[in-house]
Unconditional design. Sequence first.
Length: 354
Amino acid sequence: MVKCIFEQTFTSMYHRIIKPLLFLLNPEKAHYFTTNMLSNVLAVPGMKALFSALFQVKDKRLERTVFGIKFPNPVGLAAGFDKEAKLYKNMAHLGFGFIEVGTITPKGQPGNPKPRLFRLKQDDALINRMGFNNEGLAGAVKRLKSRNTNLIIGGNIGKNKVTPNEKATEDYTICFEALFPYVDYFVVNVSSPNTPNLRALQDKKPLTELLSTLQNLNNKKPISKPILLKIAPDLTTEQLDDIVEIVATTKIAGIIATNTTLSREGLQSDSKLIQEMGGLSGTPVKDKSTEVIRYLRKKSNASFPIIGVGGIHSAEDAIEKLDAGCDLVQVYTGFVYEGPGLVKKINKGILARM
């Protein structure tokens, strides 16, 4: 009873006090302020146990075994939140079943000029043009070496901005080899709209070559690890058909659907914000990503797992994605708008319909 009251109080505080204050800050500054505050709070003795008790839902019925990995629950944190593998230990106390770090590139890079992250409050959305800003592979590996949690970690990998597409495979290979001992699965990111020409790697020929190279390296390991491909929501039906064929040809483990969209259809926010360059995430991409999931599931005859991401702001949104055919879900923008209680709400919602 006390726990339930505290949860309700915290949720109310987040929406009435905490979120409005955070939304007064520049979005990127708000991210660092929030994660630093979380780190400071969790450093207080007893707080890690308290947060885990408040936000985690432990129930055998939530467990999922997907591409050979047993997940304690199907709700993960999408890539982009913990770009440099600095936050996963703290985020582990907020109820996630898995966390994806990255996108990580071989060399550190500053990303695109600021401002590069924008809130579209009327649309419950974000536009970002971060540009794979991260400190580089060496720092991420160092931090993952000290991993002291059983939480499942995915490694989202990409190429440096200065690397031409003809040499992109080298960047992905470098990241794959260095991160292999320290992550549980890999995600090949060729779908971000914020690195010039990156999405050209989604074309059938270069994508098949890239994934085949990584899978060949994977197969030479004593124990291979799942490789997934993260795709854009803006692909045509013909391109999605190619994706299904590529998965079958390369025998990668599955798909993450989807990344951010370049579409600005149906937005209600200020026209200046809408015109900002970058990928759109949040509620406006929900239906599009769900359609991609449903199409891939049907076209492939459910022959590979799918992680669904895009516009999940409630338990109902997550369940809609699962019903469309995905095996796991990830949140990011919804987590920003709805707060840390979202993960618990989704897990409880999934249990409620069993």
